[in-house]
Design a protein around this ligand. Structure first.
Ligand code: PRP
Ligand code: URA
Length: 212
C-alpha cells in the first residue's frame, strides 16, 4: 500500500496537457525531447517547494526592503541513463548551479531487474540534496537501485522525479526507500506483461533518442 503523503502528483493543467503530447504515438523525436525537458522544469517547481529561504535586504530603484532569497542549499541532480538525461536541461534552466551526477542502468530484458553499468557522482554528493531523474517509474527496480547507490555515498536527502509512475514502481521504491519523496505528472493504471507502463508513453529512451 503506497504512502501517498510522499507521492506528489503535479496535476497542473499545463503539465497534463504536455503529458498528452508525450503519450501520443505520433509525436516525433524533436517535440518529444522538448516536452520531456519542459515537464522537468514544471515538476521542478513542485520538487523545490520546500527549499529554505533567507531574508535579504535589497535596494530597489524605489527604496529598500527585506525579501526572501534561496538560502544557498547545495543541490545535485542525478539522471539515470539514458532517458533521465532528457530531463537535465529542464532542471538546470531553473537551478543552473546544481551539480550533475550520472548513473547508467538498463533493465535486463528477461529478469526486468536493473543492471548498473556506470556511476559518476559529485565528490561532495553526501552534503547535497539530491534529485534523481528518470521519466519512467515502472517496476521501480532502476530507481530503487540508483537511490541505494547514492545512499551508499552518504546522501541522506534524496527525491525522485519521474514523469510517469506505475503503482508497482511507487510501492517498490517506498518499500526500499520510505524516506524518498516521489514527484510525477501522473500515476498510470498498471504494467503489461513486458513491464511497460500502460497506457504510458512507450519506451522513453527510444522516443527521446529515436532509437526505434
Ligand atoms: C527505462 C526507464 C527507466 C526504467 C524503468 O530505462 O528510463 O530507467 O526503464 O523501468 P523500471 O522501473 O522497471 O526499472 P531502460 O532500461 O529502458 O534504459 P534506457 O533509458 O537506456 O532506454
Ligand atoms: N521504461 C520505459 O521507457 N517505458 C516503460 O513503460 C517502462 C519502462
Amino acid at each position: 500500500m503506497a504512502n501517498m503523503e510522499k507521492v506528489h502528483v503535479v496535476d497542473h493543467p499545463l503539465v497534463q496537457h504536455k503529458l498528452c503530447i508525450l503519450r501520443d504515438k505520433d509525436t516525433g523525436v524533436k517535440e518529444f525531447r522538448e516536452v520531456v525537458s519542459e515537464l522537468a522544469t514544471l515538476e521542478c517547481y513542485e520538487a523545490t517547494r520546500d527549499l529554505p529561504t533567507r531574508e535579504v535586504e535589497i535596494e530597489t530603484p524605489m527604496g529598500t526592503g527585506t525579501f526572501h532569497a534561496i538560502a544557498g542549499k547545495k543541490l545535485a541532480i542525478v539522471p539515470l541513463l539514458r532517458a533521465g538525461l532528457g530531463m537535465v536541461d529542464g532542471i538546470l534552466s531553473l537551478i543552473p548551479s546544481a551539480k550533475v551526477g550520472h548513473i547508467g542502468l538498463y533493465r535486463d530484458p528477461d529478469s526486468k531487474e536493473p543492471v548498473e553499468y556506470y556511476c559518476k557522482l559529485p565528490t561532495d554528493i553526501a552534503e547535497r540534496d539530491v534529485i534523481v531523474l528518470d521519466p519512467m517509474l515502472a517496476t521501480g527496480g532502476s530507481a530503487a537501485a540508483a537511490i541505494q547507490t547514492i545512499k551508499n555515498y552518504g546522501s541522506k536527502h534524496i527525491k525522485l522525479m519521474v514523469i510517469l509512475a506505475a503503482p508497482e514502481g511507487i510501492e517498490r521504491v517506498q518499500a526500499e526507500h520510505p524516506d524518498v519523496d516521489i514527484y510525477c505528472a501522473a500515476i498510470d493504471e498498471q504494467l503489461n506483461a513486458e513491464c511497460y507502463i500502460v497506457p504510458g508513453l512507450g519506451d522513453a529512451g527510444d522516443r527521446i533518442y529515436g532509437t526505434k
